[in-house]
Unconditional design. Sequence first.
Length: 123
Amino acid sequence: MPQLVPFNPKKHKPVETVGGSKATEYLASERSPEGKAWNIPQIWFEEKTGKARFLKGDKAWNAAEDYEKSTGRKFPRYDTIKAAVSAAEDRSKGGGASKNPLAMSGMRPKPRPKRLLNVKDKK
């Protein structure tokens, strides 16, 4: 079990930020372990105490990699940092971690819709 975990609305409360606003996550768009891009949280919570911790740079990156390895859940991947930043901005506008967890099991791509063939009866 990881020592640090991302925001979970069932366990954690939003964190008060500078200026008195509340946040469920701050995302960093970084180079992923595979060499592409990923969005990772900078607000982490201690598993045992629920205490919030702000991590940046290598500390956030290492926490994200450790979390993935210990849970099998994956943070979203993107082809470019620009695409990751755009996705992070859209996620924030949509309610962030209070609406959907960032790390998902498996992170498989969405299946393509099936194409139906137009087959005529041959008699």
